[in-house]
Design a protein around this ligand. Structure first.
Ligand code: UD1
Ligand code: CA
Length: 457
């Protein structure tokens, strides 16, 4: 039986923010959501989040996630005191197989694989995730015996000069046998430089009880980076984006510059996908084989078919594009847009809740909303579907092989029959019959003998 306790009660003063620290985001998600995601991969029987500062907001942010139990720590008297607040919620019996893993809400990126290794190393004892660092300042130091066994952890503020020279540090993450953890936490005191109950004091108690203490190390250094300030948040964001970019490259995606890649969700790519600089991917985005994404595009919850080209500055939000289409530059697909195969959507064309059929083209300056457009339709420059009467939305239906001249307004609800042509400048207020030319246009006149006014002197 596995419990996971996530410490998230700290104030996060250096963030200079009204938002509780663990709700600050990395890759578009609250830090605590990352920790929870990684925790869930271990399939624990119980997850306890220890909240304190801003506890209501933290709890509200995860309302409805029923696998989480919240414990309140107020006021905060240290990491040991924090874990004490979680004890009433832990599950499992006295067997040393039953473990409790402690994670930090502000160390968001520790990977499940690393945690799995820590649990393995633990056996039936205590396991610490430790690291050797160039600058150990601020960290708890791992004090070992001459034989190399872990003896205890000493906090920076309590350390002697020789202990300060130790460069193996405590990342804070540990796994303990649950029953012993209860016992040890009942025995720690706050007799130290900070007057706090240190979770790290359980290490010496474990040694005293002859419970083995072992250590594991993270696979990558960025996994254990914590966030205490906006500077550290920005640094961790970049480290994580670099890692996500590396994974895409490994999987065969070409990134014009992995330093200018931002993925805030899930990106699933086929073979030979190209992604230019400055793109942002949000939610779940799927790019099929050979998709080309030009610079500075924003794609959120999008499915894009094979061989489609998305040119610069295109925005796609909750929309789908079939194969071999061409979008942009400067195209905007809003929720419910469905672009058919080989269709073209050009600059300054906005499409919402509409189908643009196979091979149809809207190449310049248009608004298409609540429309069903068939195949091989040409939508001229400046075409507008007037879908909103100020109260209700109405549908426009444009059948196959229609040609819509430039600067046409289609006042919905209205239908344009198959193969119809609408002349430029038409304001269509009634259905246009199939196969015929329909136009609405004021007569053109020329005023003879008209003189342009002269400037008065
Ligand atoms: C802690 C460790 C230290 C380790 C370092 C790694 C202890 C005593 N020290 O030190 O050995 O090197 O982390 O970053 O454990 N928290 C609570 N309630 C509290 C205090 C803290 O929930 O009363 C939470 C914080 O929000 C944070 C985490 O616990 O997520 C660590 O707290 P922090 O104050 O950063 O610990 P350090 O003193 O840096
Ligand atoms: Ca810290």
């Amino acid at each position: 039986m596995l419990n996971i306790v996530i410490l998230a009660a700290g104030l996060g003063k250096r963030m200079q923010s009204d938002l509780p620290k663990v709700l600050h985001r990395i890759a578009g998600q609250p830090m605590l959501a990352h920790v929870l995601g990684n925790a869930r991969q271990l399939q624990p029987e119980r997850i306890v989040v220890v909240a304190g500062h801003g506890a209501e907001r933290v709890q509200a942010a995860f309302a409805g996630q029923e696998d989480i139990v919240f414990a309140l720590q107020s006021p905060q008297h240290g990491t040991g005191h924090a874990v004490q607040q979680a004890l009433p919620y832990l599950v499992g019996g006295d067997s040393p197989e039953h473990a409790t893993l402690v994670l930090y809400g502000d160390v968001p990126l520790v990977q499940a694989e690393t945690l799995q290794r820590l649990l393995q190393v633990r056996g039936e004892g205590l396991a610490l995730l430790t690291e050797k660092v160039a600058d150990p300042a601020g960290y708890g130091r791992i004090v070992r015996t001459e034989a190399g066994d872990i003896a205890r952890i000493v906090e920076h503020k309590d350390a002697s000069d020789s202990e300060l020279a130790i460069n193996e540090v405590n990342t804070g993450i540990l796994a303990a046998p649950t029953a012993q953890l209860r016992d040890w936490l009942g025995r720690i005191t706050n007799d130290n430089a900070q007057g706090e109950y240190y979770l790290t004091d359980i290490v010496a108690l474990s040694v005293a009880d002859a419970v083995p203490v072992r250590a594991a190390q993270p696979s990558s250094a960025w996994e254990t980076l914590g966030v205490n300030s906006r500077v550290q948040q920005a640094e961790l964001e970049r480290a994580w984006q670099r890692e996500q970019a590396r994974r895409q490259l490994e999987a065969g995606v070409t990134l014009a510059d992995p330093e200018r890649f931002d993925m805030r969700g899930e990106l699933i790519c086929g073979r030979d996908v190209f992604i230019d600089v400055g793109c942002v991917f949000e939610g779940r985005v799927e790019l099929a084989d050979g998709v080309h994404v030009g610079p500075h595009c924003v794609l959120r919850n999008a499915v894009v078919g094979a061989g489609t080209r998305i040119e610069a500055y295109t925005h796609i939000d909750d929309a789908s594009v079939a194969a071999s289409a061409v979008l942009g530059p400067y195209a905007r697909l809003r929720p419910g847009a469905q672009i058919g195969p080989e269709a073209h959507v050009g600059n300054f064309v906005e499409i919402k809740k509409s189908v643009l059929g196979a091979g149809s083209k809207a190449n310049h300056l248009a608004y298409i909303g609540d429309a069903l457009i068939g195949e091989r339709v040409n939508v001229g420059a400046g075409t507008i579907t007037c879908n909103y009467d100020g109260v209700n939305k109405h549908r426009t239906i444009i059948e196959d092989d229609v040609f819509i001249g430039s600067d046409t307004q289609l006042v919905a609800p209205v239908t344009v029959g198959k193969g119809a042509t609408l002349a430029a400048g038409t304001t269509l207020t009634r259905d246009a019959p199939a196969g015929k030319l329909t136009l609405s246009r004021a007569q053109q006149t020329t005023v003879e003998n008209w003189q342009r006014p002269q400037k008065k002197v």
